[in-house]
Design a protein around this ligand. Sequence first.
Ligand code: FE2
Ligand code: FE2
Length: 291
Amino acid sequence: MLLTREEMGFDFQGAKFDRVKDRDLLAWIASQFLYGEVTGIQVGKWILHAPDVESAKFLARQCIEELQHVDVFVEFFKWIGARPVKVHPVVKLLSSESSDWEEHCALEMAQGEGFVLMIFYAIIACIDDEKLAKRLDAACRQEEGHVDFGEQQTMKALARNPKLRKRLLGLHLLSLWVVKRFEKWIRRRVDKDHPVMRMIPDYLARIVQTTDLRLQRMGMTHKPLAEFGRLETFRYITGALARKFARKFAFWRWFRKDRLTETYMRDEYLHEVMQLAEVRNAAGIPVIKAA
Ligand SMILES: [Fe+2]
Ligand SMILES: [Fe+2]
């Protein structure tokens, strides 16, 4: 990953949730996660559009891992003795499906799963159950792999096509704007006497700050978000939405053959075996020897 655990961490100063008193609150938090983990299986769709076989294999493993994370949250609900509740619309919006591979890697994996990872770290720090914390920690390590994949794929995509940057940055800025609004909403409602919740507004600000650092390290932006003026941010966001909309209805995309089922023969994965066949053909040796 481009950021260390320390850089993504937050000091809750030893504050803990109370499993009994905070049951409803913990059920609300876990419900947002449960939704996020269930939407994690959207990666199934991206297997078909993966740029190469290795990426497709990674996504297939990720799909299984996200379903295992659903199990972890089922265990969490059993631990608190509560049932899941409805997901918040902001979480729904932030988990919505991307329109292409580059968007998926940058928005859903590097940024979105980066948010999830930070909240995982926070829950581990604030619950008083060693066994559950260990299970969450194992899920965290898998999430770190997902974030890393998203970051690497995004950097590759930007190196291949620098023009992508504007659209992707605009979409990043849009989701960060949503998170900032959410932070203000929480700040007004938070219980200021609760040992953990009173730190949540600062914690959300930390998430935005960490995401800012990730965007800079991926080469998505060369300056901190604080240096973006309102008009500049607005231009990036509206530009990105216009491009996203135009791409959705671009008829030429309907005929594009970018599915793995069309591209696998040119894949690096088959390079060695293809070369072997060429050498054998050149030497007049049949690829499959007659018995
Ligand atoms: Fe997950
Ligand atoms: Fe994940």
